[in-house]
Design a protein around this ligand. Structure first.
Ligand code: 5GP
Ligand code: MG
Ligand code: MG
Length: 176
């Protein structure tokens, strides 16, 4: 089914049922890997809000869930964009942390998050991302839990937006 959003045409790429099944598998794998340990899940807003809420319900471990947002703003006297994290309040030292993202594309955002969270002395940091674009990835840190590897094409739905629209779609769509 084709959907037109802000004048662009999108078609279903990963249907809801496939996403649900894959999220279940990831939850089971995380449950097994952490073997009864307590987990701190950190969802990255806005895009990961649906994936994080679905994934956390497939994990059978004592778990806390928080969300953070990366704020980017342009420095006054340079073209470099500066990044800052909003929303983190708890002490993560000695905790097993899982960062939950909607998509890892170039990997720049996740690299910033890894730098930041490593400095808080957690016992471990793992990454769970629903989508991964290997052709666009410019780093070599490991992605522990990947839902789907996808081609380097723009997608939306299931939390991901196109210019603010489409986060509420149950399927994942890609540009026609
Ligand atoms: P990265 O820093 O890995 O290049 O990009 C990560 C962020 O860019 C993602 O968290 C997401 O917000 C956005 N992004 C990258 N690719 C896509 C895409 O295909 N669709 C949408 N909606 N957002 C994307
Ligand atoms: Mg994101
Ligand atoms: Mg976006």
């Amino acid at each position: 089914m084709i959907k037109t959003i802000k004048g662009r045409e999108f078609e279903v790429f990963i249907p809801e049922q496939k996403i649900i099944e894959r999220v279940k598998e990831l939850g089971l794998k995380i449950t097994t890997d952490f073997n009864g340990s307590e987990l701190v899940m950190i969802g990255i807003l806005n895009g990961a809000f649906i994936f994080a809420s679905d994934l956390c319900r497939q994990i059978d471990l004592p778990l806390s869930l928080s969300f953070v947002k990366i704020a980017s703003y342009d420095g006054m006297n340079s073209t470099e964009s500066v990044k800052k994290l909003i929303g983190l309040s708890e002490d993560l030292s000695g905790k097993h942390v899982i960062l939950v993202e909607d998509i890892v594309d170039s990997g720049l955002s996740m690299n910033f998050l890894l730098d930041h969270f490593s400095s808080l002395n957690p016992a471990s940091i793992s990454i769970a991302t629903l989508l991964f674009k290997p052709e666009a990835f410019r780093f070599n840190y490991p992605l522990h839990y990947v839902g789907f590897e996808i081609p380097n094409k723009f997608v939306l739905g299931y939390g991901l937006d196109y210019d603010g629209i489409g986060r509420n779609l149950s399927d994942i769509y890609q540009l026609v």
